[in-house]
Write a protein that binds this ligand. Structure first.
Ligand code: 3PG
Length: 219
């Protein structure tokens, strides 16, 4: 069985979701993402009912990979895991939380953007780092510069990714997947525009395919 990290890399994009009405929207959203070929979600703890949303999304689409984002405390980790979260994302590198997740066998992708962060991540044997906030921290140019001394990491840039720059990011072999909210904006979710979400996912999947086939041709 493939691990979570390789399944996320294969999909190539990770919708970053904030759900204000999980009971109303979580199941429909999960189905919309899966119908668009993006069976993965990072559900952020910026909204109070994140754990409820995680549980409902997993129930609606059991084959989907659902993780928790904006995880700031051990209590968040516990709530996420109890709800069925399969991975944890933190905005920065909190080594205590990394160790806590590793003890529990939960994959964690901490936010890292500096050489100091990467050094610390290396000590914990991490393989995929969230590069956050991506565009604001130097974007692809910085990701490539960081890969020179730290070729062991793959990164998941998040922050400022859209259909416009997705292909450029994914064409770089250092990128495991791109995170973003562009296909699950507050407007799309609050107005229950499920077909539009599915459509944005399909467009993203097409870009993943194009970027990766370009990558293979260059090798
Ligand atoms: C995150 O929490 O990872 C980011 O806020 C998502 O960034 P985006 O809204 O620019 O995609």
């Amino acid at each position: 069985m493939e691990n979570i990290q390789s399944r996320i890399s294969q999909i190539g994009v990770v919708p970053v979701i904030k759900l204000n009405h999980p009971e109303r929207d979580a199941a429909n959203l999960a189905r919309a993402l899966c119908a668009g070929g993006v069976p993965v979600a990072e559900v952020t703890f910026r909204a109070a009912g994140a754990d409820i949303a995680i549980r409902l999304m997993r129930e609606a689409c059991p084959d989907m990979i659902v993780g928790a984002g904006t995880v700031l405390t051990k209590e968040h980790v516990d709530r996420a895991q109890a709800a069925g979260a399969q991975f944890i994302v933190t905005p920065g590198l909190d080594t205590e939380l990394v160790a806590y997740c590793q003890e529990k066998g939960l994959p964690i992708f901490p936010g890292c953007t500096t050489p100091t962060d990467y050094h610390a991540a290396l000590k914990y044997g991490l393989e995929i780092l969230k590069f956050f906030p991506a565009e604001q921290s130097g974007g692809l140019a910085k990701i490539k510069s960081m890969a020179a001394p730290f070729p062991m990491f793959k990164v998941m840039p998040t922050g400022g990714i859209s259909l416009k720059n997705l292909k450029e990011y994914l064409s770089c072999p250092v990128i495991a997947a791109c995170g973003g909210s562009y296909m699950v904006t507050a407007d799309l979710i609050d107005n229950q525009k499920w077909e539009e979400i599915t459509d944005l996912c399909k467009k993203s999947v097409e870009i993943v395919r194009e970027a990766r086939s370009g990558r293979e041709k260059k090798l």
